[in-house]
Design a protein around this ligand. Structure first.
Ligand code: ADP
Length: 548
């Protein structure tokens, strides 16, 4: 027998409609690419998102068509999130920091019909456009007055002109909640990027799950500043969760340096922020150098890469900010786990508590996870055994756009099918806390045993002279692979190899100690701010360990 409740589809347009009705005067503040601060409300955003939908219809865009965006975090990008998905088309966010060939590949693979582009990215798009055959129009996300005189993009449209004469009276349509809503390509450090195609249902369920107290703890009292870009897995879902709870939104635009961020945090009373470790490094350095404090920020999400322990402690001790260590991936919309202590943890000593806080956290309801060994057999949840991390749930992908990469779901004996292999290696403890020990391709295999590159990096980053550290495995005749520590020192810091290895000796097992340390001017990053290990392996491919 079926129940008798209503079957209203879960649609993204309902989020902005809800926010406009119930949080109509709550502000959305943006530092614009043009320069000035822009302010308006959820009510205004809903009307302008409707105008966007009306403009798309006038341009002949249909349900399922892909519309690309190359844009920073700002109110027009927010309107596109809702305007494009709301009318049934697919909002395809593109990372402008990718290599030009990758951007061309992604736009062509997605078959984007329109490209909405922020002002400062127009010159780059102008160069690439001849290779993007399917793009009918580029829409400059600004007004006519800001269009550079030397811009030669053919058929260029201007955002403000496009929506100016539209009524904004559009009724958001109802359709199947599994209709594709947005598309995001994984940055593909190896091979071509692959598209993750979200739908309305997955996005709404993720927005609910992400707002929960033990996930991101968002409410109508939150002031949310996503530093994580709107092209990086939908800014981790924040533009949706904020509308769902009616939180004030603050968009930082293109200025992600410590000074610009700090100014916005203070001026707008930001309580919640989220980003990758590299941006926090810049902010913490800026605040330290200028003796600044944070007066309103309560939570900072650190995700995308492991949060270094020293960073968690600095935020807490020096700035009174609670770090929410989070793990996820594009294929998971992205939230998989967030670290919040349980009631019983309140009685732990600070040292014991830090041990718990370093883990990547617990999954909210909606994410099932387990670990398996090489033979695909489930491993115990004892916090010690580590293996391949598999996940399943209603906001996790079932396969890549256009079938790239083939079948991605696996079966686990006794647990059924539908499991997605994350490519991460992890432990899970009896309380449900997951800890990433490594990316499966980064783990260092020494004499049949595994060494975690993340643990070594964290240990090295705890040294005051180290700005950033990366560890890669290098071929070794006896052990197969041994760790090489690559260090970018803080300016003026003095430290040598011997001192650093001695320091690590107090933190990790002896057989884990790196066989060598190399100092470099900078550590390369991917377009989403992760350490680019493929490049480091390339840079050090002819390097021989002194122990080899
Ligand atoms: P990309 O940025 O490469 O497009 P994702 O953002 O989807 O792709 O990256 C997901 C991967 O990032 C995860 O599989 C994991 O390896 C890594 N990652 C994300 N968060 C964390 C974290 N808190 N700790 C360690 N690794 C993390």
């Amino acid at each position: 027998m079926l129940g008798l409740m209503q079957d209203r589809p879960l649609l993204i347009s309902q989020l902005i409609e809800h926010a406009a009705l119930n949080h109509g005067d709550t502000e959305i503040v943006s530092r614009t690419v043009e320069g000035p601060i822009h302010r308006y409300t959820y009510r205004d955003a809903n009307t302008r998102a409707k105008k966007v939908a009306e403009a798309l219809l006038a341009l002949g865009i249909k349900v399922g068509d892909r519309i690309g965006t190359l844009a920073w975090n700002g109110y027009r990008h927010f309107e596109l999130y809702y305007g494009i998905s709301g009318m049934g088309a697919v909002c395809h966010t593109i990372n402008p920091r990718l290599f030009p060939e990758q951007i061309v590949y992604i736009v062509n693979h997605a078959e984007d019909q329109l490209l909405f582009v922020d002002l400062n990215l127009l010159p780059a798009v102008e160069k690439l456009l001849p290779q993007m055959k399917g793009v009918r129009h580029v829409v400059a996300m600004t007004d006519r007055a800001h269009i550079p005189a030397d811009c030669k993009i053919p058929n260029l449209l201007v955002y403000e002109e496009l929506i100016a004469d539209k009524p904004g009276a559009y009724e958001w349509p109802e359709f199947d909640e599994r209709t594709a809503s947005s598309l995001c390509y994984t940055s593909g450090t190896t091979g071509n990027p692959k598209g993750v195609l979200y739908h309305h249902r997955s996005t709404i369920l993720h927005a609910y799950g992400a707002a929960l107290p033990d996930t991101l703890n968002l409410s109508a009292r939150s002031v949310v500043l996503p530093v994580v870009p709107m092209f990086h897995v939908n800014a981790w879902g924040l533009p949706y969760s904020a509308a769902l709870v009616g939180a004030k939104l603050v968009f930082p635009g293109v200025a992600l340096d410590g000074a610009s961020l700090h100014e916005l945090f203070e001026k707008e009373g930001v309580t919640f922020t989220a980003g990758v470790p590299t941006v926090w490094l810049a902010l913490l350095n800026h605040m330290k150098a200028n003796k600044l404090k944070l007066s309103t920020v309560k939570y900072a999400v650190i995700g995308g890469s492991a949060a270094p322990p020293a960073m968690i402690e600095t935020f807490d001790k020096d700035y009174g900010v609670e770090v929410l260590h989070a793990w996820g991936m594009s294929e998971m919309s992205p939230l998989g786990t967030v670290n919040h202590p349980k009631e019983k943890h309140q009685r732990l000593s600070p040292k014991e508590l830090l041990e718990v806080r370093l883990k990547q956290g617990r999954p909210p309801y909606g994410v099932d996870m387990t670990i398996v060994d090489d033979a695909g057999k489930e491993l115990p949840r004892d916090g010690k055994a580590f293996g391949d991390l598999l996940v399943r749930g209603p906001w996790i992908t079932s396969g890549y756009f256009k079938g790239e990469g083939g079948e991605v779901l696996r079966e686990i004996a006794g647990k059924g099918g539908g499991w997605f292999a994350t490519g991460d290696v992890a432990t899970i403890d009896p309380d449900g806390y997951m800890q990433i020990t490594d990316r499966s391709k980064d783990v260092i295999k020494s004499g049949g045993e595994w060494i975690s590159s993340i643990d070594l990096e964290n240990a090295a980053m705890a040294h005051p002279a180290v700005a950033e550290a990366a560890v890669i495995g290098v071929a070794h005749p006896k052990w197969d692979e041994r760790p090489l520590l690559i260090v970018h020192k803080k300016p003026d810091a003095r430290i040598d190899k011997k001192e650093l290895i001695e320091f690590l000796g107090t933190k990790v097992a002896k057989w884990w100690l790196p066989d060598d340390v190399q100092f470099v001017e900078s550590i390369p990053h991917t377009a989403t701010g992760k350490i680019l290990k493929t490049r480091l392996r390339e840079d050090f491919k002819d390097y021989k360990l002194p122990t080899a």
